[in-house]
Design a protein around this ligand. Structure first.
Ligand code: PLP
Length: 374
C-alpha cells in the first residue's frame, strides 16, 4: 500500500551524511553471494586452532547460565587480568572486542570535527568508528611497510589532533616496533592528545615488543583482545588498559551488558591457560615459516611478521594482487589483501591450521599463473 504520509523519521545529520560501510566483507557474505563455501578460512586473522580445551569446557559449562545477563563489571575477568598484568583492576575496562571498545572510546573522546591521525591503510574499523562520531581523519604514509611513529606524532602536533592510532604489531603488514620505540612515542604524545595503542597481536609478538604498562600515564590507552592468540574472535571480548580517569569515563556511555555471560567465562578460562597460549605461539611461528616457504617456492618474498598472519609481496602492483585474490577466492580460499598503495601489492594470509595452509599452497601457484595470464 502506498504511504501518503508527508513526514518520516529522519536520521541525524551526521548519520545521513555517512555512506553505509562494511569495513570488512565477511567470508559468510562472500559465501552467500557466490553460493560456494570456502575450503580454507585464512582471511580474518582468526585462530582456526580454536580455543584451549579448558576454554571449550568453560563455554559448555556456561551454557546453562546463559539466561543471566553478563556481569556488567566483568569482575572476575578484570581481577584475573589485574593479576596477570600486575596492574590495578580499576585501570581495566572489558568490552565487546577491541572494535566495540574503539567505538565507545571515539564517542568518549571526539566532538564533531576533531582530528584523529592514523596511517594510510591501517586497521579500517578504527577509521569507521572515528567517522561515525564526526571525527576527521588525517593519514600519514607507512614507511617501508612499518607504521611511522615519528610521522604520526608530527602530523598530530601540526593539526592539534585529539587522538593518534597505531597498532603494534600492525595489521595488515604484520610489522612491529620494539618497546623502546613505542615508549619514545608514548613519551612524545602532546599533553592534550591520546595515543590509542592497539595491541591486538601482542601475545603473538616476539618478547620485547610490549612496552611497560604505566597506568599513571594519561596519554595512552592500550587495546587488547581475546580474538587472536586465545582463539575467541566469535566470543567478542577485549579490554582496554589506561589511566583510571579515562577507564572510569567508559561507565558514562558504554553498553553495560555488552559482554555476554559465556564470553566472560571463556575469556577467564583462556587467560588462566597460558600453557595453551605458548602452544599457539609455536604453532603460529611454524605456520608463518610455512607461508614464507610457500612464497619462496613461488618466487616471492614475505614481510617478516610478528602476528598470526603473513603479508606476501606478490611482486607487482595492487591490480595484480587483486587478480590473485579473486582467483584464490574463486578456488574457495578466503584470504585478504592490504587496501592501500603500496601495501596493496601484498596478499595477507592468516595462520590457520596446517590443512588450510596446505590448501592455500596448492591453489596459490594456480592463482598466480592465472593472474599473470589475464
Ligand atoms: C589491529 C586490530 N585491532 C583490532 C582487531 C579486532 O579485534 P576484536 O576482535 O577484539 O574486535 C583486529 C582484528 O583483526 C586487528 O587486526
Amino acid at each position: 500500500m502506498e504511504n501518503h504520509k508527508k513526514l518520516s523519521p529522519k536520521l541525524s545529520l551526521l548519520a545521513a551524511s555517512l555512506p553505509s560501510t562494511v569495513p570488512f566483507v565477511a567470508p559468510e557474505m562472500t559465501e552467500r553471494a557466490t553460493g560456494k563455501m570456502f575450503i580454507a578460512r585464512l582471511g580474518a586473522n582468526e585462530s582456526s586452532f580454536g580455543p584451549s580445551p579448558k576454554v571449550e569446557k568453560a563455554i559448555a559449562d556456561a551454557c546453562s547460565e546463559v539466561f543471566k545477563y553478563g556481569d556488567p563489571d566483568a569482575y572476575d575477568l578484570k581481577q584475573e587480568l589485574s593479576k596477570h598484568w600486575n596492574i590495578p583492576a580499576e585501570n581495566i575496562i572489558v568490552g565487546e572486542g577491541i572494535d566495540g571498545l574503539m567505538g565507545t572510546l571515539c564517542r568518549l573522546m571526539l566532538d564533531q570535527g576533531d582530528i584523529v591521525v592514523t596511517s594510510n591503510g591501517a586497521y579500517p574499523t578504527f577509521n569507521y568508528q572515528v567517522l561515525g562520531v564526526g571525527g576527521v581523519l588525517e593519514v600519514v604514509p607507512y614507511l617501508n611497510d612499518f607504521e611511522d611513529p615519528d610521522a604520526l606524532l608530527s602530523q598530530a602536533k601540526l593539526s592539534g589532533a585529539k587522538m593518534i592510532y597505531i597498532a603494534n604489531p600492525d595489521n595488515p603488514m604484520g610489522t612491529h616496533h620494539n618497546a623502546e620505540k613505542i615508549q619514545t612515542m608514548i613519551d612524545s604524545v602532546p599533553d592534550d592528545c591520546l595515543l590509542v595503542l592497539d595491541e591486538a597481536y601482542i601475545e603473538l609478538a616476539p618478547n620485547g615488543v610490549a612496552s611497560t604498562i604505566d597506568v599513571t600515564n594519561k596519554n595512552v590507552i592500550r587495546l587488547r583482545t581475546f580474538s587472536k592468540a586465545y582463539g575467541l574472535a566469535g566470543a567478542r571480548v577485549g579490554y582496554a588498559i589506561g589511566h583510571i580517569d579515562l577507564i572510569k569515563a567508559f561507565d558514562k556511555i558504554r553498553n553495560h551488558f555488552g559482554v555476554n555471560t559465556i564470553g566472560q567465562k571463556a575469556a577467564l578460562a583462556a587467560l588462566k591457560d597460558q600453557a595453551y597460549v605458548l602452544k599457539i605461539r609455536s604453532a603460529v611461528e611454524h605456520g608463518r615459516n610455512r607461508v614464507e616457504q610457500i612464497a619462496l617456492e613461488n618466487g616471492l618474498t614475505v614481510i617478516p611478521s610478528s602476528t598470526n598472519f603473513v603479508a606476501i609481496d606478490c611482486g607487482a602492483d595492487g591490480d595484480f594482487t587483486r587478480k590473485v585474490l579473486a582467483e584464490l577466492v574463486g578456488m574457495g580460499i578466503f584470504v585478504r589483501m592490504a587496501s592501500v598503495e603500496p601495501q596493496d601489492r601484498c596478499l595477507r594470509v592468516s595462520i590457520g591450521v596446517p590443512e588450510d595452509i596446505e590448501r592455500f599452497a596448492l591453489a596459490f601457484p594456480i592463482a598466480l599463473e592465472r593472474a599473470h595470464a589475464s
